[in-house]
Write a protein that binds this ligand. Sequence first.
Ligand code: HEC
Ligand code: HEC
Length: 297
Amino acid sequence: MRLNVPIRGLAAAAALIPLLHAAPVAAADADLVARGAYLATAAGCANCHTDSAHGGQPYAGGLALGTPFGTFYTPNITPDPETGIGRWTDAQFLRALREGVRPDGANYFPAFPYTSYTNILDEDARAIKAFLLAQPPVRQPNRRHDVSFPFSWRFLQNFWKLLFFTEGPFQPAPDRGAAYNRGAYLVTALAHCGECHTPRNSLGVMDPDRFLAGAPPPGPGGKKAPNITPDPQTGIGNWSDDDILGVLTDGHTPEFDQVGGPMAEVVKDTAKLSEEDRRAIVVYLRSVPAKPGAELK
Ligand code: HEC
Ligand code: HEC
């Protein structure tokens, strides 16, 4: 009996060795996943990849996105190996976000806002992937897009890209402060504010000269996204910093209104960001060139 104790103790200690060894690694993983969760929230990945209105599981896709070119259905990005992205390598994931290219080499349609996500930094994209792969796998096959010819041709996206796509990653402006650069990264790369608030031409390309100057509804039944440049008449130039912060914190506008439609979903995410990050967005919005809004207002 007495002899057994130290032996048992030893065995227990031996069993602990791999645990002790594994502990820091597991903690590092947990950190990465937590960082990825924050970044995925800032980037609104769940808003498009969850069909909440129809009881869809988080990140299992299936949400219909109406566009002037037809309806796109978001894919499953849970870790399910057959129907999700469970078998994807980091390189494949990075390439999807940075280049808008599928593992088989075909192009994505810009209904997936890779045009903004291209600016996400590699280490942030890796953290987002680690977070996604830590979510429960959901077996749900992807639904075919319902997009009419010729927009349905993936290879035509090559020309589109050649003409209109600028690959990232985000480059901070050396002559600007940390808050400006953090805000620029959040607005242009992660939160992709311009994808809704910047007007597009007939090929669906954002007009760089009218960045954030407001855009008509993206599809039937949609809402117009107002001008959020500092233009005092048609934009938010007359809003105070706290007014803008208020929208990003709980959706209330200085007109005692509450933003609705897709902006209500965006606010659920910006509300979860640190106040420092929300203030960085305000700093950046304050410093983009003021542009008068078009026929929208
Ligand atoms: C505005 C809606 C929207 C948002 C926001 C969005 N996605 Fe997507 N995503 C799509 C659509 C649509 C596709 C399919 C594009 C296609 O088939 O050409 C897609 C495709 C993908 C794919 C490719 C999956 C496959 O099976 O090929 C990955 C990976 C992905 N998204 C990850 C993300 C991540 C990570 C985020 C957040 C950083 C995100 N998405 C945010 C709409 C969105
Ligand atoms: C998915 C599309 C979408 C994205 C992404 C988006 N917005 Fe919006 N935003 C809208 C729409 C639509 C409205 C109008 C809501 C309404 O009329 O109730 C709006 C309203 C606003 C308003 C209120 C403007 C006013 O004059 O009342 C502000 C400010 C704003 N958005 C800022 C942002 C910022 C900052 C981001 C990025 C963090 C962002 N939005 C991302 C669609 C979007």
